[in-house]
Design a protein around this ligand. Sequence first.
Ligand code: ADP
Ligand code: GLC
Length: 488
Amino acid sequence: MKVLFASSEVWPLIKTGGLGDVAYSLPQALQQQGVDIRIVLPAYQEVLKQLDSFEILGWLSLTLAGKEHCVRILQSHPKKFSMPLWLVDCQALFDRAGNPYSNEEGHDWHDNAERFALFSLAVAKLGMDALNLNWKPDVVHAHDWQTGLVPAFLDNEIDRPKRVFTIHNLAYGGYFPLQEFQRLQLPSQWWSSEGIEFYGNMSMIKAGIIYADEVTTVSPSYAKEICTAEFGYGLEGVLLHRQYKLTGILNGIDPDAWNPQTDPLLPHHYSAEQSSLGKQKNKQALLESNGIEATDDNLAAPLLGMVSRLVEQKGVDMIIEAIPQLLENSNANFIFIGTGHPHIEAQLLKLSEQHPQRIMVSIEYSEKKAHLLEAGCDLFMMPSRFEPCGLNQLYSLRYGTLPIVHRTGGLADTVVNTYFIEPEHEKINSDATGFVFDNATTDEFLKTTQYALSIFSQKKRWNQIQHNAMQQDYSWDKSALEYLRLYS
Ligand code: ADP
Ligand code: GLC
């Protein structure tokens, strides 16, 4: 089984969110199952800078927007990768500073339609072995809107590979105006409601859904949710009619990168058996690295954390609204690491200025800090309005940092609630791994957090839930087999 795996980001070379993690760890897991796999990524400036060496596999001459692009295809074997990495090197489109989708001021690149249409065209050609490498995949697996045109470009090819398309987040549809479709001179037959046209615009994610042989998304619950108006972003009808080819496969995590017993980014390692001591030492390091004295009181106080893109999806506003009451009614402290919308960043910074001893905020992207936060906190806040899968709650479970989550998408599929309350009595669920609330409102988040804090003070109960959480197996083993079955 040969698979060409196309993504616009791949950890550790380039990452803006969970897609980067999955595009690294899933191929590794598939390869361990015997799949012969190549990952293909745009040759961003940031990625080229990190490569020790590469070889040129060949040149593709690709026509887009009336221009002839001479694109180099590079092959590299970066450290950590157990398979070859292919890079689509088109300097005019990818050799620039900034992140994959936006410039250094945070604005989307003006030519994103062209950049990812060209990348997709190159992937489709590689899928047909256009370089005569004697390596033609059985399956091309494309991810999110950035590679949505891959299945479309393959549509006219005879003897093409099977096309699998994975939706990681339907909120990002790769929408561009008709003029852009015309400027790129994409095939006119694509412009229909049964093609990539979407309310007068083009949608690259819709192209992926329409033209792929199989569509997957990253949790069983999200696969159902996106077929409804609440979560479908207008594509619910398209998806509902294609449920026959839609599957939800839960993401896994890289068990080496996120292992509290060996994590090289942690000052202190720990296992489920001695988690209290290990977490306490990391908590001390976390507090001190944020300029807070690790007094006995501070070490004993519950520490609630969040690592996130600061966007509406993640429900940070609910936390911000709940914090004044939590500060008043408990001794909890808070820590945030994230980047995103300037107004959310500003609100968090304001809170930390008002309560410098109780709220720590880092507006930055830092893997090191994210790992220490996971290890040093007691609770992880993830009240996402929707969450296709979510990886941070999985990292939190593994690190014994009990997640507080909204019952949606992958959060609903991975966190087992601690309690159910009948009017008079509360029962602890013996399988519990965290705290789950049903509706994304500040009030429910607040009540659930207060409940979690009450359990925190009951050490025996707390330790049991923490132990359960750390025993969960969210490695890729099971999900990689599901992908393999689908490919076959
Ligand atoms: P999403 O992909 O929607 O952002 P996930 O939970 O699937 O959500 O994955 C987010 C990933 O990005 C996790 O690996 C998380 O640790 C990482 N991440 C997000 N923001 C930051 C940040 N500011 N610093 C370090 N890592 C971050
Ligand atoms: C997206 C989703 C997130 C998911 C990740 C990886 O960014 O928002 O829920 O975990 O992709 O699939």
